[in-house]
Design a protein around this ligand. Structure first.
Ligand SMILES: Cc1cc2nc3c(=O)[nH]c(=O)nc-3n(C[C@H](O)[C@H](O)[C@H](O)COP(=O)(O)OP(=O)(O)OC[C@H]3O[C@@H](n4cnc5c(N)ncnc54)[C@H](O)[C@@H]3O)c2cc1C
Length: 490
């Protein structure tokens, strides 16, 4: 039987990504006074910088923040609730003196940017998912935040608010191409690494302890009579705890192999385009700035499908992501009993060892085809860099946040399924409820409960190692493939 901790119980959270940070923050705010987060990344020194070795999904230049969730109103509401925090966090950072901010943040940083989100359809009609989104937003009184392109009323409303410049940022109409979709004025992007830096700072202020770097690498669970009672770290330390929360992102299934039937580690592909220096190309910097250019989805990009991208960053980088195929990487993992499992594990630019970042040829071709069709001015630049971003997909794309069956000391907090970051400020609110009420779950607790499903489609998990998405079965893109020449084809 799960035993909720007392307010003074030692609690350890493994992983300082969005899920672990949010849990820590809300536990501390709920009065839990002995919360420690461990992570093997020295985030206090590197400020979640991907250039300095951070390879968690949460360490990134930007992620989409959207309320639009098709028929899934619970996520829509949670995203809506998170907006209050995102706005408050922007305000708090802007009101801080430079010396009050953690390394990696300055008062002018706006970690949440409400630049809008253009969701484009490929087949000249709105998808069922889009129609469901509009219905749900209407039901919550939010229809006026959405603008169907070409709808007379919506166009008029948009003109009065000066929003129409973001309706066709790829100038499709001027190039004689069709344009169908919805502009979502509630959405935009968050600067993920900076958000984590800020959340860690808030958690520290609330009394959470952090053990980072080598001594923060969890190597195994401590067990007593089958119950988790702490963790061992790479420096040989035993950290006892009444509760361990496992929030290790893409590393989670390999740490707890019993999760494999419901969670799989997969990679989305990301390519970067670097604009020329601002003084050489001021018009491109202006055109792609968040003030003029929205976040966009091309053909459905929610919860792990399709392709999409962002306005330029402050250093002139345009990020485009492809998640039409989510790649896996199966390796042998030995569990604590010595049993072997074949489990998909991350393979990043830094893990298990430093390597040149590569995306697949398929992803490079998809991204280049999109650029040729929509942003031809980027073709001359070519792809400047790339990344496989690893995360955990659950069998139904819902998070997995629950007490682990038959273990009264372990809670799992993972399964972000490509859409978890936006909830960084709010997710922990629900995690605390799940921790405190193991048997009396609310609607979120039920949706994220430990679950199994053995028959039928399981979000691709049923493919396993025999499937076509395995990374070792792919052709990888060379730097030649990053260019837009005719020879660089599949
Ligand atoms: C390509 C891509 C695009 C995405 N786009 C969006 C988006 O637009 N909007 C959105 O909301 N979400 C998006 N997501 C999803 C989002 O990034 C994730 O849901 C979220 O970041 C997951 O956070 P996490 O804390 O579960 O995992 P992570 O961020 O991976 O954090 C896990 C942490 O655990 C640590 N760890 C692992 N093993 C150990 C160990 N043994 N000991 C100690 N520490 C350990 C790692 O170092 C890491 O810091 C995207 C994800 C990807 C990959």
């Amino acid at each position: 039987m799960a035993v909720p901790p007392s307010k003074i119980s030692p609690i350890i959270i493994v992983g300082a990504g969005a899920f672990g940070l949010s849990t820590a923050l809300h536990l501390a705010h709920a009065g839990y006074s002995n919360v420690t987060v461990v992570d093997y990344q020295p985030y206090d020194e590197i400020a979640y910088s991907t250039a300095l070795g951070a390879d968690a999904a949460s360490a990134d230049m930007n992620k989409v923040l959207r309320l639009s969730y098709g028929s899934e109103i619970l996520y829509q509401r949670l995203a809506f609730d998170s907006l209050e925090y995102w706005n408050a966090w922007n305000e708090q950072i802007s009101q801080s003196a430079p010396e009050q901010l953690p390394k990696g943040l300055k008062p002018t940083d706006k970690i949440w940017n409400n630049c809008g989100y253009l969701r484009m359809s490929l087949d000249e009609k709105l998808s069922e998912h889009e129609e469901a989104t509009l219905l749900n937003l209407t039901a919550e009184g939010l229809r006026d935040t959405q603008y169907i392109l070409g709808n007379q009323n919506d166009d008029a409303r948009a003109r009065s608010k000066g929003l129409t410049r973001k309706f066709d940022p790829m100038l499709r109409k001027a190039r004689g191409k069709s344009l169908t979709g919805v502009f979502d004025s509630t959405a935009g992007f968050v600067e993920a690494s900076k958000c984590c830096t800020w959340a860690m700072h808030l958690a520290k202020q609330a009394g959470v302890k952090f053990v980072l770097g080598h001594q923060g690498r969890m190597t195994s669970f401590l067990k007593k009579n089958g119950r988790t009672c702490g963790i061992m770290t790479a420096d040989g330390q035993r950290h006892k705890a009444d509760l361990v929360v496992l929030a290790a992102g893409a590393w989670t299934p390999s740490i707890l192999p019993s999760l494999a039937p419901l969670l799989e580690t997969t990679a989305g592909s990301v390519a970067y385009f670097q604009l020329p220096p601002q003084e050489q190309a001021p018009e491109l910097w202006e055109r792609f700035s968040p003030a003029n250019f929205p976040v966009y989805a091309w053909g459905g990009w929610s919860k792990g499908a399709g392709l999409g991208g962002f306005p330029r960053t402050e250093t002139g980088i345009l990020k485009i992501g492809f998640r039409g195929t989510k790649y896996t990487n199966y390796e042998t993992v030995v569990d604590e009993k010595g049993d072997e499992h074949r489990i998909s594990v991350p393979k990043t630019a830094w893990w298990p060892r430093a390597a040149t970042p590569q995306i697949t040829k398929q992803a490079a071709v998809e991204i280049k085809d999109f650029v040729k069709e929509n942003l031809p001015e980027l073709a001359d630049l070519g792809i400047a860099g790339c990344r496989n971003c690893w995360y955990t997909d659950s069998l139904d794309n819902n998070f997995v946040i629950d007490w682990v069956p038959d273990d009264a000391g372990l809670v799992i907090c993972s399964g972000g399924s490509g859409h978890g970051f936006k909830f960084l400020p709010i997710l922990g609110r629900e995690v605390v409820k799940i921790i405190e009420n193991p048997t009396q779950k609310n609607e979120y607790g039920k949706m994220w409960a430990w679950r199994t499903q053995t028959n039928g489609p399981r979000n691709g998990l049923e493919d396993g190692e025999g499937g076509s998405r395995v990374l070792s079965k792919q052709k990888m893109a060379t730097k030649e493939d990053w260019k837009f020449s005719e020879t660089a084809k599949l």
